[in-house]
Design a protein around this ligand. Structure first.
Ligand code: ADP
Ligand code: ADP
Length: 227
């Protein structure tokens, strides 16, 4: 049994196929980059993976349990699947530290403190902890948004073009830092992008999506040898 799997999922909008008999299997701790042009179905796929949209056909499983909606929980209080996109979703009137701690309000105070400290430290945000989002650069804001999503230790992190508002240098730096963080935390990550270079910065484990279908998958070497 796979840790996470998408099995024969199809989705249409007004008779136009956005995803077509799409399947995918992931192991725990695996990183996968999905590369596709605009309109290839990337966002639709992630919304279905997160349980935010209902597919017409097929099923999605996490740990053998069907993912049906965003309230689907493993242990009470823990969100299993977190979806991040380019909007930062930060509370403007809360500091960096308060933003990251926000999803942990229902947890034990000591645990919440430990978790926030760890994320601030791993992401090099300690010196910014008392700043408000508007006092940070775009890259730093996105880092805080990702730290906030990771505070509850999600099983699976889904990144939908999260860096599209950042410049190339910021994006390269951020992906590099996040990769170390995900490895450290053992997070399973699916990263969706139109940019093959960015995809490769996270992982050599690739899936190429075209018109709602997988056209190729494997490492960049396998893809080069079988164009
Ligand atoms: P991508 O993220 O790769 O740009 P999307 O998943 O957003 O692709 O879109 C895939 C196809 O589905 C596109 O043709 C898009 O126009 C269509 N689509 C996506 N969401 C909707 C929606 N809510 N209503 C109608 N059509 C949609
Ligand atoms: P990055 O380090 O992500 O490339 P920038 O080059 O945009 O970010 O920012 C450089 C420094 O300026 C950072 O330390 C950031 O905190 C600070 N900074 C950027 N924008 C603002 C702002 N609007 N208010 C206060 N400080 C800012």
């Amino acid at each position: 049994m796979s840790y996470f799997s998408v099995s024969h999922v199809s989705k249409s909008y007004d008779n136009r196929l956005a995803l077509s008999d799409f399947s995918l299997d992931l192991n725990q701790g695996e990183f996968l980059s999905i590369v596709g042009a605009s309109g290839s179905g990337k966002s639709t796929l992630l919304r279905i993976m997160a349980g935010l949209e209902i597919q017409d056909e097929g099923q999605v499983f996490l740990n053998g349990e069907e993912v049906l909606n965003p309230k689907h929980k493993l242990v009470s209080g823990y969100d299993e699947i977190k979806l991040i996109h380019q909007d930062f979703h930060l509370f403007p009137n809360s500091t960096v530290e308060e933003n990251i701690a926000r999803p942990l309000l229902q947890f034990d105070k000591e645990y919440a403190k430990f978790r926030v400290e760890k994320l601030l430290s791993l992401l090099g945000l300690k010196t910014f902890k008392d700043r408000y989002p508007r006092q940070l650069s775009g890259g730093q804001q996105q880092k805080v948004a990702i730290a906030k999503a990771l505070s509850v230790e999600p099983e699976l992190l889904l990144l939908d073009e999260p860096f599209s508002s950042l410049d190339t240098i910021q994006t390269q730096k951020l992906i590099h830092e996040l990769k170390d963080l995900f490895l450290e935390l053992g997070t399973t990550v699916v990263f969706v992008t139109h940019d093959l270079d960015d995809a490769l910065r996270l992982t050599d484990n690739l899936l190429i999506l075209q018109k709602g279908k997988t056209v190729q998958s494997g490492t960049s070497q396998v893809l080069c040898e079988n164009p």
